[in-house]
Ligand binder design. Structure first.
Ligand SMILES: NC(=O)c1ccc[n+]([C@@H]2O[C@H](COP(=O)([O-])OP(=O)(O)OC[C@H]3O[C@@H](n4cnc5c(N)ncnc54)[C@H](OP(=O)(O)O)[C@@H]3O)[C@@H](O)[C@H]2O)c1
Length: 371
C-alpha cells in the first residue's frame, strides 16, 4: 500500500487526480486543501510515499498571494520533508509560464527551484512538470481557463468575449496529465525536456477556432452533425463541452416527422459514420419500396415484428427476412436491391437504422420501386 498526498486536492487537477487514485486498491490517499484541519499537512508530509504538490493560485486577488502560496508553501513543504530519513517522491505541477517574467511565472519558477534544490540536496526523486493550459471536466470557468469559460458560457447561451481571435494557445487534456502523474506511482519515467517533465500530446488552436468549434458542439443538437471524434483533440474537447452542460439540459428533443405510417426522427449524422435514425411504424404498414445505387443501410428491429423484403432490381426473386425485437438482429441492405419493411405485428414497431451517408434531398440516392 502506498500513502499518497495530494495538495490542492479540491482544485481542477486535484479532483481529477484524486478520482483516479481512489480507484486504486494499492493507494491510501490523503487530500489536503485550504479547508483541511490544521496539522494535517505536516502529518501527511511525515508519512507520504508520494506527494503531488498541486496547491497553487493562478488568479489571486492580490499579487503577493503568488509568492505566498506558489513559493512559500512549496518551501514549507520541502523544509518539512528535509527532516525525514526516508524520502518521498515529489511531483510538482508547474507551468510553461514559469519561463515568463510575470508574477505567476516568477512564483512558479521559484517553487521549481525549491523542489530541484530539495532533490539535489537530499537525493529524493523529484519530478517538475511544466504544463501547458490544462482543459477538461471540473475546471472553474471565468478563472484561468478559456476552454472552461467558453464551454460554460456557450452551453448556457451566454455571450463570450474573444480578445484576439487569431491568438494561438497550447493545451493539454486533463486525463493525459492525470495518467502521466499516476504513472510515476508505478515507477514510470515521464518524458523529460531538459530538467522538466512534459505531458503529450499538446494541442494548438486559435481562440477564434476554439470558440467556433465549441459553438458547433452546441449547434450539433440541432444540426445533428457529430464532431469528428476520430480526431483525439476534437473528441476530448467535445467531452469537456458536454461536462459543462447545465444539470437541467442533459436531455433534448429530436424533430419527429409524423405521417399516417408513424414517426421518424434523425439522431446523429457524421461525415465519417453516416447517419442514425429511428422510426415507429403502425401495425400493417410497409415502409421503403425503394433502392439505392451506392448507399448501404443496416436495419435493427428494436420492438415489434417485421418482414423485410428484398428483390434485386435485375430480377424477380423476392427474399424475405422475418425479424423481431425479441432478438436484436442486424439486416444489411445491399445497393441495387429494392427493399421494404412491413410491420406484421399487433403493436407499433420500432426500428433503428444506420446509413453510410446522411440524407441529402438534392442527391438522395433513393429510387422508388415496389419489391
Ligand atoms: N490548470 C492549468 O492549466 C495549469 C497549468 C499549469 C500548471 N498548473 C498548476 O497546477 C496546479 C493545480 O492547478 P489547478 O488548475 O488544479 O488549480 P486550481 O483549480 O486553482 O486548484 C488549486 C487548489 O489549491 C488550493 N489552494 C490554494 N492555496 C492553497 C493553500 N495555501 N493550501 C492548500 N490549498 C491551496 C485551491 O483552493 P482555492 O480554489 O480555494 O484557492 C485549489 O483548490 C497549480 O499549482 C497550477 O499552478 C495548472
Amino acid at each position: 500500500m502506498k500513502k499518497v498526498l495530494i495538495t490542492g486536492s479540491q482544485g481542477f487537477i486535484g479532483k481529477n487526480l484524486a478520482v483516479v487514485l481512489k480507484r486504486r486498491p494499492d493507494v491510501d490517499l490523503i487530500e489536503f486543501d485550504l479547508d483541511s484541519p490544521k496539522g494535517l499537512l505536516e502529518e501527511a508530509l511525515a508519512e507520504a510515499d508520494v506527494i503531488y504538490h498541486l496547491a497553487g493560485v493562478n488568479r489571486p486577488e492580490c499579487e503577493e498571494a503568488f509568492q505566498e502560496v506558489n513559493y512559500d508553501l512549496t518551501r514549507h513543504l520541502c523544509d518539512v520533508l528535509r527532516r525525514r530519513k526516508e524520502l518521498p517522491l515529489l511531483v510538482l505541477s508547474s507551468s510553461t509560464q514559469a519561463a515568463l517574467q510575470n508574477p505567476y511565472g516568477l512564483s512558479k519558477r521559484a517553487a521549481e527551484e525549491t523542489v530541484f534544490d530539495f532533490g539535489r540536496d537530499t537525493g529524493a526523486a523529484v519530478f517538475v512538470f511544466r504544463l501547458h493550459g490544462v482543459f477538461g471536466k471540473w475546471c472553474r470557468p471565468h478563472y484561468n481557463s478559456v476552454v472552461a469559460t467558453f464551454c460554460h458560457s456557450i452551453a448556457r447561451d451566454l455571450p463570450i468575449t474573444i480578445s484576439d481571435p487569431k491568438k494561438e494557445i497550447e493545451l493539454v487534456y486533463i486525463d493525459d496529465v492525470v495518467h502521466r502523474f499516476a504513472d510515476v506511482l508505478d515507477g514510470g519515467r515521464p518524458v523529460f525536456e531538459g530538467r522538466y517533465c512534459s505531458v503529450e500530446p499538446t494541442h494548438r488552436i486559435s481562440l477564434g477556432a476554439l470558440a467556433e468549434t465549441i459553438q458547433k458542439f452546441r449547434n450539433s443538437r440541432v444540426s445533428l452533425i457529430m464532431p469528428d471524434i476520430g480526431d483525439y483533440f476534437t473528441r476530448v474537447l467535445y467531452a469537456t463541452y458536454i461536462s459543462y452542460l447545465p444539470a437541467d439540459s442533459f436531455a433534448y428533443a429530436l424533430t419527429q416527422h409524423t405521417d399516417a405510417r408513424g414517426e421518424l426522427a434523425e439522431l446523429l449524422k457524421s461525415s465519417q459514420m453516416g447517419q442514425i435514425f429511428v422510426s415507429r411504424t403502425r401495425p400493417g404498414i410497409t415502409r421503403g419500396n425503394h433502392y439505392h445505387d451506392t448507399k448501404v443501410e443496416k436495419f435493427v428491429v428494436l420492438e415489434g415484428d417485421a418482414v423485410i423484403r428484398f428483390r434485386s432490381i435485375l430480377d424477380d426473386e423476392v427474399i424475405e427476412y422475418r425479424v423481431s425485437g425479441r432478438e436484436f438482429r442486424v439486416v444489411d441492405i445491399p445497393p441495387g436491391h429494392t427493399h421494404s419493411i412491413e410491420n406484421v405485428g399487433e403493436s407499433d414497431m420500432i426500428v433503428l437504422f444506420w446509413s453510410d451517408e446522411y440524407f441529402n434531398p438534392d442527391t438522395p440516392d433513393s429510387f422508388s420501386m415496389v419489391v
